[in-house]
Ligand binder design. Structure first.
Ligand SMILES: [Zn+2]
Length: 96
């Protein structure tokens, strides 16, 4: 797995984002891996029958959030995926 970037994002620096759930800054780490590895990471702990094909996911603990994605070659919608997972980092679960 290749480490691509580490971003420190203060809410005040992200004009279009809403506040993080706790109102504090969130440290965001972006890790790019093969699509196969992303699927394994994102489906970790999920029973095989319930696993889905994942192009990205996030894992948040306290003020740190890690986003896992494939690269642009394996995910042509990488920008959407990254934005989607970043939103999760700030607001948690938003799917209905
Ligand atoms: Zn989602």
């Amino acid at each position: 797995m290749r480490f691509v970037g580490l971003l420190l994002i203060g809410i005040s620096l992200v004009g279009c984002a809403t506040a993080a759930p706790d109102g504090d800054a969130v440290r965001v780490r972006w890790q790019v891996a093969s699509l196969k590895d992303v699927n394994e990471i994102c489906n970790d702990g999920i029973p095989p029958a319930n696993r889905k094909r994942a192009v990205g996911c996030y894992r948040r603990s306290f003020d740190e959030c890690t986003i896992y994605t494939a690269d642009l070659k394996e995910d042509p919608d990488l920008h959407d995926t990254l934005g989607h997972e970043l939103r999760h980092c700030f607001v948690g679960r938003f799917h209905r």
